[in-house]
Write a protein that binds this ligand. Sequence first.
Ligand SMILES: Cc1cc2nc3c(=O)[nH]c(=O)nc-3n(C[C@H](O)[C@H](O)[C@H](O)COP(=O)(O)OP(=O)(O)OC[C@H]3O[C@@H](n4cnc5c(N)ncnc54)[C@H](O)[C@@H]3O)c2cc1C
Length: 230
Amino acid sequence: MADAPHTRGAHVHPVEGNRWLICLYGMHGDHAPDDTTGFKEFAARLRTPVVKELLDEHPLITGDIRHYPFPANRRYRYEDLDRLPTGLIVIGDAIASYNPVNGQGMSVAVLQALALHHVLATSDRTGMESQFFDDATEITDVAWDLTIGGDLEFPQTEGPRPRGTGVLNWYLNRLFRRTQTDRRLSEAAIQVFSLQQPPAKLFRPHIIWRVVGPSRLVTVPSAKGSSQGT
Ligand SMILES: Cc1cc2nc3c(=O)[nH]c(=O)nc-3n(C[C@H](O)[C@H](O)[C@H](O)COP(=O)(O)OP(=O)(O)OC[C@H]3O[C@@H](n4cnc5c(N)ncnc54)[C@H](O)[C@@H]3O)c2cc1C
């Protein structure tokens, strides 16, 4: 993952048909190219060799690399409005859209849809708009804080820094580095960032110890073999 001052990151996912989906990204102008030569060069300059190894060992099945520019995280605070039009609900990206590299927008939209279902099923619809926006805010806050917290680590990112941002980012960056060799940390991080578990899971004592305690580095992960944790 990109962490200041490193503006580059990558996601690699095994997908159907025994293929890999590779996503390269760069922040603050360090954009990943969408031609195959530039794509491979960008991958070779990541801090991990894993993506380059994959690209060296497997043929690209398409040269059609899709580029998705994302200008900024954006949030509208409908919950702060004094008056709301009766029967108007806003949901999903129309409330907040987040840097897609974190892969949270669909999860947030689904959780908000469940919240709307709950409001419709349990209220007589008087004031349901503000009840829904209050519930949606709690869901939005989690993804929003995780996303903007990471982005605010970069001095180039504009916006007020909530107190504790620096410490939190130090902790999360250390956690992410250790996920490469610690399966339990990796699972905890995926559960939180995919919104299956609340962020508090990353601050339970046994997780904190695995993050700040002595390194339990076992292997440097490579595309040829899986990483191991203890
Ligand atoms: C490159 C990329 C990768 C992503 N990866 C992930 C991921 O891995 N995991 C994840 O959870 N999220 C991911 N997201 C985010 C996710 O796609 C969005 O958060 C999610 O689709 C939002 O759902 P939505 O229904 O609010 O909006 P949308 O999916 O954008 O749906 C809005 C719909 O409204 C239609 N529409 C717009 N205007 C009108 C109009 N005037 N009249 C009629 N129809 C209209 C649009 O055509 C569209 O179909 C990713 C986003 C991008 C761009």
